[in-house]
Design a protein. Structure first.
Length: 242
């Protein structure tokens, strides 16, 4: 290969173009601990990187972007950073309590991340249980509404609807942890409406939060609890897809 003369070389390439595209299944599947902050599991399924915390049944589907020196940045559907992986495989966890990140160590293999499936006959009971838990644990009076007949027809639609309901309950629980956010947001929500639509989205209007999932989509095509929290905090004037 003949090198270009020095005079012909330029530095107009944007910095991100100089990044090394990472290869390999990083972060490695497994059970991780980030100090006393959190324990979590990571796996790869169907081309997705999935994250589940040990104290929750929610599965986060992360998008992957290249970083410097062969590293990767993994983000939630909100665009917030969840994990950073160095070129040599070191993992850093980012949470709302640790926005600067905390190193995570792989402790062992990951289990099956999928929660127990909910059958068609159990769907409405599952929704009622979520409502009861919100009332008992958070003192919230919130009901779940949906086209139960449609949800019960197929496993994929039902699985997405169950995820949407579960994620909404986690979002309301998170908003209830702080007295100010509970008074401002969580106490004002009376109904969570689950809708099979053409795309994942969250809408807030009056006392109703409408959580839509892509009826023809993949397992990731429903809003996460973080996206639902963000939509509720933005209010009715900022309805958008996550």
């Amino acid at each position: 290969m003949i090198a270009l003369p020095a005079a012909a070389q330029t530095n107009t390439v944007e910095p991100q173009r100089l990044m090394i595209t990472p290869t390999g299944p990083q972060p490695e599947d497994g059970h991780y601990a980030a100090g006393d902050e959190a324990q979590f599991w990571i796996d790869h399924q169907g081309g997705n990187v999935r994250l589940r915390f040990a104290d929750s049944e929610e599965i986060f589907y992360l998008t992957v972007e290249p970083s410097t020196l062969g590293g990767r940045v993994l983000k939630y559907d909100t665009g917030d950073v969840a994990l950073a992986v160095s070129g040599w495989g070191g993992v850093t966890l980012y949470t709302k309590r640790t926005p600067n990140g905390i190193p995570a160590e792989r402790m062992g293999n990951a289990p099956n991340l999928e929660p127990r499936p909910v059958t068609a006959r159990e769907t409405q009971h599952f929704a009622a249980t979520l409502s009861q838990n919100l009332e008992t644990e958070e003192r919230l009076n919130v009901g779940f509404a949906a086209n139960w007949e449609r949800i019960s027809r197929g496993n994929r639609v039902r699985s997405l609807a169950i995820d949407a309901m579960r994620n909404a309950s986690y979002a309301l629980s998170e908003l209830s942890e702080n007295r100010d956010t509970k008074a401002a947001y969580a106490d004002r929500i009376k109904v969570v409406r689950i809708v099979a639509a053409e795309a994942a989205a969250v809408e807030v209007e009056n006392e109703v939060v409408t959580v839509s999932f892509d009826a023809d989509g993949e397992a990731s095509d429903r809003p996460s609890s973080r996206a639902i929290v963000d939509a509720i905090q933005r209010g009715p004037d900022a309805n958008a897809a996550p």
